[in-house]
Ligand binder design. Structure first.
Ligand code: C5P
Length: 232
């Protein structure tokens, strides 16, 4: 898979999601399905979108004991999604178990990427709540390295961290980055944002874009603008 724009389909229902995707006549954008939609609609929404020919990043961020994650990933692998994820905080045993569970009998599996630290976690939360007394940057890089050593394919990170992740874990280790905004659009609740062309320059492999596309007056035009800035 090369560089691509992934649309965060943060809709509450199957109907809203499918009618949004219906507007992309002739195009099959890569879509991200998150917890809200998956918990509301279940595996059938994944199967339906897959049947329509889209690639899917299933953003469920698993984090549990290795045995539970192994078995859950095995279920997800049968949905034929393209990317799944988990929390690196679950540790290397959990990440290795996830790979085992995801790997199908023929040896194929979806890409597996790790959340290092949520972008909603700041230095204060890290120290006060999680009792991690290291700089955020060092924690993110350590978790990325552990994910790589456990056999994962990449991480979800801020576009501002993508370059450093590549320097630490290699160019082939994927960086999937949310927090992307057009220069002339609202930041919404995202704090540290980059434009699609800045994300490209900095070396993100995939950008995850939600509201700048889903809430645009013309979502298809907004998607095309993202692709032009990021992929061309
Ligand atoms: O609408 P917006 O472009 O902000 O959507 C970004 C998407 O990426 C949302 O689905 C959000 O949950 C997700 N995400 C994020 N920051 C992370 C991880 C995931 O914004 N660190």
């Amino acid at each position: 898979m090369g560089k691509d724009v992934i649309i965060a389909c943060d809709f509450a229902t199957k109907e809203q999601t499918l009618s949004f995707l219906d507007t992309f006549t002739g195009k099959k954008p890569f879509v991200k399905i998150g917890m809200e939609l998956f918990y509301a609609e279940g595996p059938s929404i994944v199967k339906e979108i897959k049947k329509r020919g889209h690639k899917i990043f299933l953003d469920l961020k698993l984090h549990d004991i290795p045995n539970t994650v192994r078995k859950s990933m095995h279920v997800l692998s049968s949905l034929d999604v393209d990317i799944c994820n988990l929390h690196a905080a679950g540790g290397s045993h959990m990440m290795k178990a996830a790979i085992e569970g995801l790997t199908r009998d023929d040896g194929t599996r979806p890409l597996l990427i790790a959340v290092t630290q949520l972008t909603s976690t700041d230095q204060e939360t890290l120290e006060k709540d999680l009792w991690i007394e290291k700089p955020m940057d060092a924690v993110v890089m350590h978790y990325a390295k552990t994910a790589k050593e456990s056999g994962l394919d990449g991480v979800v990170c801020s576009p501002l961290e993508a370059e450093k992740v590549h320097n630490t874990c290699g160019k082939d280790f994927l960086t999937v980055t949310p927090g992307v905004r057009f220069a002339d659009s609202s930041k919404d609740d995202q704090k540290r944002v980059l434009t699609p062309s800045q994300a490209k320059e900095i070396g993100s492999d995939y950008i995850v874009v939600g509201r700048p596309i889903t809430a645009a007056v013309d979502p298809v035009a907004a998607y095309e603008r993202c692709v032009k800035e990021f992929c061309d």
